[in-house]
Ligand binder design. Sequence first.
Ligand code: AR6
Length: 167
Amino acid sequence: MKLQALQSDITIPNMDAIVNAANSSLLGGGGVDGAIHWAAGPEMLADCLTLNGCRTGEAKMTKGHRLKACHVIHTVGPVWHGGKNGEADKLRVCYTNSLRLAAENGLQSIAFPRISTGMHRFPSDQAAQIAVESLRTFLAAPCSIQTVVFCCFSAADRDQYEKLLTP
Ligand code: AR6
């Protein structure tokens, strides 16, 4: 099992799946969502139109089309409203549902962005802890997934994940 933090644009890794920090329409937006839609091309948007949107915490999959990644797992992270509205649990299920969908489809490698830490304003430290804990809990049981990468925009973010991933 390989767990890794990378300083990279989410559209770059050559993985079985990359995860999109989407909104509930699944029709695109800014940040990660905008970059993935731009790189995947209009064929992915056409796939998204058939999915009837996605609720917070859910995960839905399309092909990667023009991306190097074969699949895109779209999930909708919670908007931070101070932490007393179940934000932590909602973020946890984004990771768990994305990993479950990947495993149900026999995928072996998956890259995550830092879901909810941009437009959705989730505090960075807390989000990183939730991401790594969710991953460790899910991967404690046997499944197809062999490689998980956290894609971080900045070196500081990558260092934060590297510390958390160091046993
Ligand atoms: N590659 C890797 N990381 C990125 C990239 C990229 N290309 N772009 C931004 N980040 P965000 P959210 C980092 O806002 O908070 C969209 O409009 C960024 O620095 O993409 O879940 C959707 O449509 C931050 O740490 O996702 C939704 O409406 C993290 O990725 C909403 O934004 C997540 O930032 C989702 O907001």
